[in-house]
Design a protein around this ligand. Structure first.
Ligand code: KIV
Ligand code: ZN
Length: 560
């Protein structure tokens, strides 16, 4: 920022809370969750949701497990009003779900809100007015502190007086000093206590005090200090539920909420994936899954997060970023080689599902979110040997010997580098097969059969062409591969030694094929080694194919 601009901004004054307790606490239980997707989230959309879209999102919120859902601002528009009516008329509100309605502290709006509640079994009526010095000065044209407090108190009194208009509805009252985090702490308490004096909450019938960080002006530790100070100062603490409502202007809405919970709050408002004004509301998905990742059960079920994300995207018109915590397309994917190796090792060691989750680079098991391991390792030029081997194994059942990983990994990554893009799983398989499997480019093996076999010796016959010349070779050895090695050496193709061999089958028993891997070294320089792979329905033939593949690769590559 230019020097001329920086002077516009003033340092933020931390609050003086010397004996703060929150830094030493630990989260052990979930808060009460309240989704404000259909109100705060909706208000922030370029094209607000229509009734059908709201209904679909409401059903999704219920399915996730939200027991408190702010359904809108019924006095603000016909759509908002009619949406609540539809929920009631169509019986869409489960008995264990309390709907919440927001209203400003203005008489006609409060009356209209009560009309919308007809037939609702349980509702939270959420009253708010802004209390910060900035809002008092600018939005309320220099209203005094007492005038602002009176707005809150009068609204509360009116709501109380209207309770008998909805005798069948169990009403909980919520008050928000909007812009709380930018309000003088003692004044916020003064307003909230005046509201409490009017409402008269009790430990049996608590009211909710919602303390918004309407705009995130401060660092999350400051918000936590404000919450702890509020919780310690407010009178009749056991008669109120302290609620957090953070926005994300500094990108720390989640941190502010988590620290605010440590500081003593019991309830949290937010939205799926953090939809909301400007940079968004608190992302409830992230906070809940953060808790899950520390072994805390939350009551919210994100075990099909892709489905939830698509319902959210379809109805709000917003898109979840590819790197969004937990829900983004790429967040369970590793491109970097060292990460892939570590993830693969961690996954391989997870034989017992009861063991604690401990896989490097992954805070949570993607399976628990209904996401597959498929995306965990993808291959581009940054990827390593382990990643390619992992994909060949998981997707195509090639269980490469460990010592073969570097050669295959380097080859495939080199291709990704050359193409300048990621390779699909299918491309990886195709390129692996082209380079390593059943190579025929120097020696083209046409037929292989065993002429005679005793316990000690195999006598093989191979029909092949060598650089176009047809020939038949014979050789003896203690197994099919050694007999072919012998035959090749007799033919003068001597510059190699057999180093490694392994085989396994792919597929189920009725249609399985055998895969063999062979490494040879050059006799002339044993440090130079090449792998080849053979596939065949017969294990013997797959071994011979692997030998010929390794030999052919050596002939082609050794000059390079
Ligand atoms: O952000 C906010 O302060 C609000 C209030 C209406 C609670 O959304
Ligand atoms: Zn808000």
């Amino acid at each position: 920022m230019k020097a001329s601009s920086i002077t516009k901004y003033k340092p933020f004054q931390p609050i003086n809370l010397k004996d703060r307790q929150w830094p030493n606490r630990q989260l052990t239980k979930p808060p009460i969750w309240c989704s404000v997707d259909l109100r705060d989230g909706n208000q922030a959309l370029p094209v607000p949701m229509n009734i059908d879209q709201k209904v679909e999102l409401f059903k999704q919120l219920v399915a996730i497990g939200f027991k408190e859902i702010e359904v809108g601002f019924p006095s603000a528009s016909d759509t908002e009003f009619n949406f609540l009516r539809k929920l009631v008329d169509d019986g869409l509100i489960p008995d264990d779900v309390t709907i919440q309605v927001l209203v400003q502290a203005r008489e006609p709006l409060i009356r209209r809100t009560f009309e919308s509640l007809d037939g609702v079994k349980k509702a939270i009526v959420h009253l708010y007015n802004s209390t910060s010095a900035l809002q008092r000065r600018i939005t309320f044209s220099n209203a005094t502190k007492d005038e602002i407090k009176a707005i809150a108190v009068n609204g509360t009194k009116l709501i109380k007086s209207l309770l008998n208009e909805v005798p069948g509805t169990k009403i909980t009252f919520q008050y928000s000093p909007e812009s709380f985090s930018d309000t003088e702490e003692d004044y916020a308490v003064e307003v909230c206590e005046a509201v409490m004096d009017s409402w008269q909450p009790t430990p049996e019938h608590k009211m909710i005090l919602n303390l918004p960080s309407t705009v995130e002006w401060n660092m999350p530790n400051t918000y936590a200090d404000q919450i702890e100070w509020f919780c310690r100062t407010i009178k009749d603490r056991d008669s109120v539920i302290v609620c957090l409502h953070t926005h994300n202007d500094r990108g720390t809405g989640t941190a502010a909420t988590e620290l605010g919970l440590l500081a003593g709050a019991e309830r949290v408002e937010g939205t799926l994936f953090g939809n909301g004004e400007r940079t968004g509301n608190l992302d409830l998905t992230t906070v809940a899954l953060n808790m899950n990742s520390h072994g805390i059960q939350t009551g919210l079920d994100f075990s099909n997060i892709d489905e939830i994300r698509s319902v959210y995207e379809k109805n709000t018109g917003m898109t979840v970023h590819k790197r969004h915590p937990y829900a983004g397309e790429l967040v369970f994917t590793a491109f970097s080689g060292s990460h892939q190796d570590a993830i693969k090792k961690g996954m391989d060691l997870r034989s017992d599902v009861d063991t604690r989750w401990a896989v490097p680079y992954l805070t949570i098991d993607p399976i628990d979110l209904g996401r597959s391991y498929e995306a965990i390792i993808r291959i581009n030029s940054q990827s390593g040997k382990g990643g390619v081997a992992y994909i060949l194994k998981r997707e195509f059942e090639y269980d490469l010997p460990k010592k073969m990983h570097p050669e295959v990994g380097m080859y495939i990554n080199g291709l990704a580098d050359q193409y300048g893009r990621e390779l699909s799983f299918q491309e990886i398989q195709t390129e692996f097969q082209k380079e390593f499997v059943n190579r025929r480019d120097i020696i083209n093996l046409k037929k292989y059969h065993i002429k005679k076999m005793t316990e000690e010796e195999v006598h093989s016959v191979v029909t092949l062409s060598y650089k176009g010349d047809e020939m038949e070779l014979e050789g003896k050895g203690n197994g099919p591969i050694n007999s072919v090695v012998y035959a090749m050496k007799q033919q003068g193709w001597k510059d190699f030694n057999l180093e490694q061999y392994r085989s396994h089958s792919i597929g189920n028993s009725s249609a399985s094929i055998s895969v063999s891997y062979i490494q040879i070294s050059l006799k002339s320089d044993p440090s130079i080694r090449y792998w080849g792979c053979g596939e065949h329905t017969s294990i013997r033939r797959s071994g011979v194919n692997a030998l010929i593949s390794a030999y052919n690769r050596a002939q082609i590559l050794k000059g390079k």
